[in-house]
Write a protein of this length. Structure first.
Length: 334
Protein backbone atom coordinates (compact mmCIF):
# COMPACT_ATOMS: atom_id res chain seq x y z
CA UNK A 1 0.00 0.00 0.00
CA UNK A 2 2.78 2.43 0.94
CA UNK A 3 4.66 1.50 -2.22
CA UNK A 4 1.63 2.26 -4.39
CA UNK A 5 1.12 5.63 -2.68
CA UNK A 6 4.79 6.54 -3.23
CA UNK A 7 4.55 5.53 -6.86
CA UNK A 8 1.38 7.58 -7.30
CA UNK A 9 3.03 10.63 -5.68
CA UNK A 10 6.01 10.40 -8.02
CA UNK A 11 3.73 10.01 -11.01
CA UNK A 12 1.67 13.02 -9.93
CA UNK A 13 4.80 15.12 -9.47
CA UNK A 14 6.05 14.10 -12.90
CA UNK A 15 2.69 14.95 -14.40
CA UNK A 16 2.73 18.45 -12.96
CA UNK A 17 6.31 19.04 -14.20
CA UNK A 18 7.65 20.10 -10.78
CA UNK A 19 9.85 17.11 -10.06
CA UNK A 20 13.61 17.76 -10.11
CA UNK A 21 15.79 15.18 -11.76
CA UNK A 22 18.85 14.59 -9.60
CA UNK A 23 22.14 15.55 -11.24
CA UNK A 24 24.93 13.08 -10.84
CA UNK A 25 28.30 14.15 -9.49
CA UNK A 26 29.99 13.20 -12.76
CA UNK A 27 27.65 15.45 -14.74
CA UNK A 28 28.32 18.35 -12.36
CA UNK A 29 32.06 17.87 -12.77
CA UNK A 30 31.67 17.92 -16.55
CA UNK A 31 29.69 21.15 -16.40
CA UNK A 32 32.24 22.76 -14.09
CA UNK A 33 35.08 21.72 -16.39
CA UNK A 34 33.20 23.18 -19.36
CA UNK A 35 32.67 26.46 -17.51
CA UNK A 36 36.34 26.65 -16.51
CA UNK A 37 37.45 25.88 -20.06
CA UNK A 38 35.17 28.62 -21.43
CA UNK A 39 36.43 31.04 -18.80
CA UNK A 40 40.01 30.16 -19.74
CA UNK A 41 39.38 31.01 -23.38
CA UNK A 42 37.71 34.28 -22.36
CA UNK A 43 40.38 35.22 -19.80
CA UNK A 44 42.63 37.23 -22.20
CA UNK A 45 39.71 39.42 -23.20
CA UNK A 46 38.42 39.69 -19.63
CA UNK A 47 41.84 40.72 -18.33
CA UNK A 48 42.33 43.25 -21.12
CA UNK A 49 38.84 44.67 -20.65
CA UNK A 50 39.32 45.00 -16.90
CA UNK A 51 42.81 46.51 -17.03
CA UNK A 52 42.44 48.83 -20.02
CA UNK A 53 38.75 49.80 -19.85
CA UNK A 54 36.98 48.79 -16.66
CA UNK A 55 39.52 50.03 -14.13
CA UNK A 56 40.31 53.33 -15.97
CA UNK A 57 36.60 54.08 -16.31
CA UNK A 58 35.92 53.45 -12.61
CA UNK A 59 38.99 55.49 -11.64
CA UNK A 60 37.87 58.37 -13.88
CA UNK A 61 34.44 58.42 -12.25
CA UNK A 62 36.08 58.28 -8.81
CA UNK A 63 38.51 61.16 -9.47
CA UNK A 64 35.77 63.30 -11.00
CA UNK A 65 34.40 63.76 -7.46
CA UNK A 66 37.84 64.39 -5.94
CA UNK A 67 40.31 67.23 -5.70
CA UNK A 68 43.54 65.61 -6.85
CA UNK A 69 46.69 67.33 -8.09
CA UNK A 70 48.68 64.08 -8.61
CA UNK A 71 50.89 64.98 -5.61
CA UNK A 72 48.71 64.97 -2.53
CA UNK A 73 46.11 62.39 -1.65
CA UNK A 74 42.70 62.97 -3.27
CA UNK A 75 40.01 64.63 -1.18
CA UNK A 76 36.28 64.38 -1.78
CA UNK A 77 34.69 67.59 -3.12
CA UNK A 78 31.35 66.29 -4.41
CA UNK A 79 30.06 68.00 -7.55
CA UNK A 80 32.53 70.89 -7.42
CA UNK A 81 34.50 69.66 -10.44
CA UNK A 82 31.31 69.19 -12.47
CA UNK A 83 30.07 72.68 -11.59
CA UNK A 84 33.45 74.15 -12.49
CA UNK A 85 33.47 72.50 -15.92
CA UNK A 86 29.88 73.35 -16.86
CA UNK A 87 29.56 76.76 -15.21
CA UNK A 88 32.98 78.36 -14.75
CA UNK A 89 35.31 76.98 -17.45
CA UNK A 90 35.26 79.53 -20.31
CA UNK A 91 36.95 77.24 -22.86
CA UNK A 92 34.65 74.27 -22.42
CA UNK A 93 32.02 75.61 -24.81
CA UNK A 94 34.43 76.42 -27.68
CA UNK A 95 36.29 73.13 -27.23
CA UNK A 96 33.07 71.10 -27.27
CA UNK A 97 31.77 73.00 -30.30
CA UNK A 98 35.01 72.46 -32.23
CA UNK A 99 35.02 68.75 -31.37
CA UNK A 100 31.40 68.22 -32.43
CA UNK A 101 31.99 70.27 -35.61
CA UNK A 102 34.92 68.04 -36.53
CA UNK A 103 32.88 64.92 -35.74
CA UNK A 104 30.04 65.95 -38.05
CA UNK A 105 32.00 67.48 -40.92
CA UNK A 106 35.20 65.44 -40.88
CA UNK A 107 33.56 62.04 -40.44
CA UNK A 108 30.93 62.72 -43.11
CA UNK A 109 33.44 63.98 -45.67
CA UNK A 110 35.91 61.18 -44.94
CA UNK A 111 33.23 58.53 -45.50
CA UNK A 112 31.98 60.16 -48.71
CA UNK A 113 35.48 60.84 -50.01
CA UNK A 114 36.77 57.38 -49.08
CA UNK A 115 33.78 55.70 -50.74
CA UNK A 116 34.23 57.83 -53.85
CA UNK A 117 37.92 56.99 -54.15
CA UNK A 118 37.12 53.31 -53.58
CA UNK A 119 34.53 53.36 -56.36
CA UNK A 120 36.96 55.15 -58.67
CA UNK A 121 39.80 52.71 -58.09
CA UNK A 122 37.57 49.65 -58.53
CA UNK A 123 36.41 50.98 -61.93
CA UNK A 124 39.95 51.52 -63.27
CA UNK A 125 40.95 48.84 -65.74
CA UNK A 126 44.70 49.43 -65.96
CA UNK A 127 47.19 50.64 -63.35
CA UNK A 128 45.02 49.70 -60.38
CA UNK A 129 48.04 48.90 -58.20
CA UNK A 130 49.66 52.26 -58.96
CA UNK A 131 46.59 54.32 -58.08
CA UNK A 132 45.86 52.22 -55.02
CA UNK A 133 49.40 52.84 -53.78
CA UNK A 134 49.25 56.56 -54.54
CA UNK A 135 46.03 57.03 -52.59
CA UNK A 136 47.15 54.83 -49.68
CA UNK A 137 50.67 56.19 -49.13
CA UNK A 138 49.62 59.47 -47.41
CA UNK A 139 47.89 57.44 -44.69
CA UNK A 140 51.26 55.94 -43.73
CA UNK A 141 52.75 59.36 -42.94
CA UNK A 142 53.12 59.98 -39.18
CA UNK A 143 50.49 62.46 -37.90
CA UNK A 144 53.05 65.02 -36.72
CA UNK A 145 55.07 64.91 -39.95
CA UNK A 146 51.93 65.14 -42.08
CA UNK A 147 50.66 68.12 -40.07
CA UNK A 148 54.01 69.92 -40.32
CA UNK A 149 54.03 69.40 -44.09
CA UNK A 150 50.46 70.68 -44.43
CA UNK A 151 51.14 73.80 -42.35
CA UNK A 152 54.15 74.51 -44.58
CA UNK A 153 52.17 73.97 -47.78
CA UNK A 154 49.32 76.19 -46.58
CA UNK A 155 51.50 78.93 -45.12
CA UNK A 156 49.80 82.17 -46.26
CA UNK A 157 53.11 83.99 -46.86
CA UNK A 158 55.55 81.39 -48.18
CA UNK A 159 53.41 78.31 -48.90
CA UNK A 160 53.22 76.99 -52.47
CA UNK A 161 49.42 76.54 -52.36
CA UNK A 162 48.66 80.26 -52.11
CA UNK A 163 51.38 80.97 -54.65
CA UNK A 164 49.74 78.64 -57.17
CA UNK A 165 46.36 80.23 -56.44
CA UNK A 166 47.83 83.66 -57.11
CA UNK A 167 48.94 82.49 -60.57
CA UNK A 168 45.30 81.97 -61.53
CA UNK A 169 44.18 85.24 -59.97
CA UNK A 170 42.83 83.86 -56.70
CA UNK A 171 43.69 85.25 -53.29
CA UNK A 172 44.35 82.34 -50.97
CA UNK A 173 43.07 82.45 -47.39
CA UNK A 174 45.26 82.42 -44.30
CA UNK A 175 44.39 78.76 -43.69
CA UNK A 176 45.69 77.76 -40.23
CA UNK A 177 46.20 81.43 -39.28
CA UNK A 178 42.53 82.27 -39.83
CA UNK A 179 39.92 81.18 -37.28
CA UNK A 180 37.37 80.64 -40.08
CA UNK A 181 39.70 78.42 -42.11
CA UNK A 182 41.59 76.52 -39.39
CA UNK A 183 39.06 73.69 -38.97
CA UNK A 184 38.47 73.29 -42.74
CA UNK A 185 42.25 73.03 -43.11
CA UNK A 186 42.29 70.19 -40.60
CA UNK A 187 39.52 68.50 -42.59
CA UNK A 188 41.64 68.81 -45.74
CA UNK A 189 44.51 67.19 -43.87
CA UNK A 190 42.27 64.28 -42.87
CA UNK A 191 41.04 63.85 -46.46
CA UNK A 192 44.61 63.74 -47.69
CA UNK A 193 45.19 60.65 -45.53
CA UNK A 194 42.05 58.81 -46.66
CA UNK A 195 43.89 55.60 -47.58
CA UNK A 196 42.53 53.56 -44.67
CA UNK A 197 38.89 54.06 -45.61
CA UNK A 198 39.68 53.62 -49.30
CA UNK A 199 41.05 50.13 -48.69
CA UNK A 200 38.09 49.15 -46.48
CA UNK A 201 35.54 50.37 -49.03
CA UNK A 202 37.41 48.75 -51.91
CA UNK A 203 37.24 45.39 -50.15
CA UNK A 204 33.50 45.75 -49.58
CA UNK A 205 32.83 46.94 -53.13
CA UNK A 206 34.74 44.03 -54.66
CA UNK A 207 32.70 41.65 -52.51
CA UNK A 208 29.37 42.69 -54.07
CA UNK A 209 28.09 39.80 -56.27
CA UNK A 210 28.77 40.50 -59.94
CA UNK A 211 25.71 38.60 -61.10
CA UNK A 212 23.48 41.25 -59.53
CA UNK A 213 25.14 43.94 -61.66
CA UNK A 214 24.74 41.76 -64.75
CA UNK A 215 21.03 41.28 -64.01
CA UNK A 216 20.64 45.03 -63.53
CA UNK A 217 22.34 45.67 -66.88
CA UNK A 218 19.89 43.32 -68.58
CA UNK A 219 17.02 45.27 -66.99
CA UNK A 220 18.48 48.54 -68.27
CA UNK A 221 19.35 50.00 -64.86
CA UNK A 222 21.66 52.99 -64.81
CA UNK A 223 24.66 53.69 -62.59
CA UNK A 224 22.61 55.53 -59.96
CA UNK A 225 20.00 52.78 -59.76
CA UNK A 226 22.64 50.07 -59.47
CA UNK A 227 24.36 51.96 -56.65
CA UNK A 228 21.05 52.62 -54.87
CA UNK A 229 19.63 49.11 -55.05
CA UNK A 230 22.70 46.86 -55.27
CA UNK A 231 25.86 48.53 -54.01
CA UNK A 232 24.48 50.49 -51.08
CA UNK A 233 22.56 47.63 -49.37
CA UNK A 234 25.66 45.44 -49.66
CA UNK A 235 28.08 47.94 -48.12
CA UNK A 236 25.89 49.51 -45.41
CA UNK A 237 27.54 47.44 -42.61
CA UNK A 238 30.94 48.73 -43.75
CA UNK A 239 29.62 52.29 -43.88
CA UNK A 240 28.30 51.88 -40.35
CA UNK A 241 31.69 50.58 -39.23
CA UNK A 242 33.46 53.54 -40.86
CA UNK A 243 31.08 56.08 -39.30
CA UNK A 244 31.23 54.62 -35.78
CA UNK A 245 35.02 54.25 -35.73
CA UNK A 246 35.36 57.71 -37.29
CA UNK A 247 33.21 59.27 -34.57
CA UNK A 248 35.22 57.57 -31.82
CA UNK A 249 38.55 58.62 -33.36
CA UNK A 250 37.47 62.20 -34.00
CA UNK A 251 36.17 62.55 -30.45
CA UNK A 252 39.80 61.92 -29.45
CA UNK A 253 41.24 64.36 -32.02
CA UNK A 254 44.36 65.83 -30.47
CA UNK A 255 47.72 65.61 -32.23
CA UNK A 256 47.02 67.28 -35.56
CA UNK A 257 45.06 70.20 -34.08
CA UNK A 258 47.69 70.83 -31.41
CA UNK A 259 50.69 70.69 -33.77
CA UNK A 260 48.97 72.80 -36.43
CA UNK A 261 48.02 75.49 -33.93
CA UNK A 262 51.50 75.68 -32.45
CA UNK A 263 53.26 75.78 -35.81
CA UNK A 264 50.88 78.36 -37.27
CA UNK A 265 51.34 80.60 -34.23
CA UNK A 266 55.10 80.61 -34.76
CA UNK A 267 55.86 79.22 -31.32
CA UNK A 268 58.83 76.88 -31.19
CA UNK A 269 58.00 73.42 -29.92
CA UNK A 270 60.60 72.10 -27.55
CA UNK A 271 61.19 70.59 -24.12
CA UNK A 272 59.66 72.64 -21.35
CA UNK A 273 57.57 74.84 -23.64
CA UNK A 274 54.01 75.33 -22.38
CA UNK A 275 51.67 76.92 -24.92
CA UNK A 276 47.95 77.37 -24.61
CA UNK A 277 46.34 75.28 -27.39
CA UNK A 278 43.66 76.41 -29.80
CA UNK A 279 45.41 78.96 -32.06
CA UNK A 280 43.94 80.99 -33.66
CA UNK A 281 41.25 82.29 -31.29
CA UNK A 282 40.58 78.81 -29.87
CA UNK A 283 39.33 77.64 -33.28
CA UNK A 284 41.43 74.45 -33.15
CA UNK A 285 40.89 73.74 -29.45
CA UNK A 286 39.36 70.31 -28.88
CA UNK A 287 38.17 68.63 -25.70
CA UNK A 288 41.12 66.17 -25.61
CA UNK A 289 43.50 69.15 -25.69
CA UNK A 290 41.60 70.66 -22.79
CA UNK A 291 41.81 67.35 -20.90
CA UNK A 292 45.60 67.28 -21.34
CA UNK A 293 45.96 70.94 -20.40
CA UNK A 294 43.91 70.54 -17.22
CA UNK A 295 45.32 67.19 -16.14
CA UNK A 296 49.02 67.44 -16.99
CA UNK A 297 49.75 71.17 -17.18
CA UNK A 298 47.46 72.59 -14.50
CA UNK A 299 47.30 69.36 -12.41
CA UNK A 300 43.52 69.62 -12.09
CA UNK A 301 42.84 65.91 -12.43
CA UNK A 302 39.23 66.11 -11.23
CA UNK A 303 38.12 68.54 -13.94
CA UNK A 304 40.06 66.56 -16.56
CA UNK A 305 38.19 63.42 -15.53
CA UNK A 306 34.87 65.25 -15.86
CA UNK A 307 35.74 66.25 -19.42
CA UNK A 308 36.78 62.67 -20.21
CA UNK A 309 33.44 61.37 -18.96
CA UNK A 310 31.60 63.95 -21.07
CA UNK A 311 33.49 62.75 -24.14
CA UNK A 312 32.73 59.14 -23.27
CA UNK A 313 29.02 59.85 -22.79
CA UNK A 314 28.74 61.72 -26.10
CA UNK A 315 30.62 58.99 -27.99
CA UNK A 316 28.41 56.28 -26.47
CA UNK A 317 25.22 58.23 -27.24
CA UNK A 318 26.21 58.80 -30.87
CA UNK A 319 27.22 55.15 -31.27
CA UNK A 320 23.92 53.90 -29.86
CA UNK A 321 22.05 56.30 -32.15
CA UNK A 322 23.96 55.09 -35.20
CA UNK A 323 23.39 51.45 -34.27
CA UNK A 324 19.62 51.89 -34.29
CA UNK A 325 17.89 50.38 -37.31
CA UNK A 326 15.78 53.50 -37.78
CA UNK A 327 18.89 55.45 -38.82
CA UNK A 328 19.08 53.42 -42.03
CA UNK A 329 22.63 52.04 -41.79
CA UNK A 330 21.40 48.67 -40.55
CA UNK A 331 19.06 46.67 -42.79
CA UNK A 332 15.67 46.00 -41.24
CA UNK A 333 15.99 42.27 -41.64
CA UNK A 334 19.22 42.09 -39.56
Amino acid sequence: MALSLSTSARAGAAGTGTAKVPVSAELRRKRNRRRLRTLGFLSPWLIGFTVFFGYPLIATVYFSFMHYNQIKSPTFVGLRNWKYVFEQMPLFGPALWNTLWLVVVMVALRVVFGLGIGLLVTKIKTGVGFFRTVFYLPYLAPPVAATVAFVFLLNPATGPVNEVLSWVGLHGPNWFNDANWAKPSLVMLSLWGIGDLMVIFMASLLDVPKDQYEAADLDGAGAVAKFRWITWPAITPIVLFAVVTGVVQTMQYYTQALVAGKLASGVSIGPGSVVQPGYPDHSTLTVPQLVYSLGFQNFNTGAACVLSLVLFAIAMAVTVLLMRKSVGLIPAED
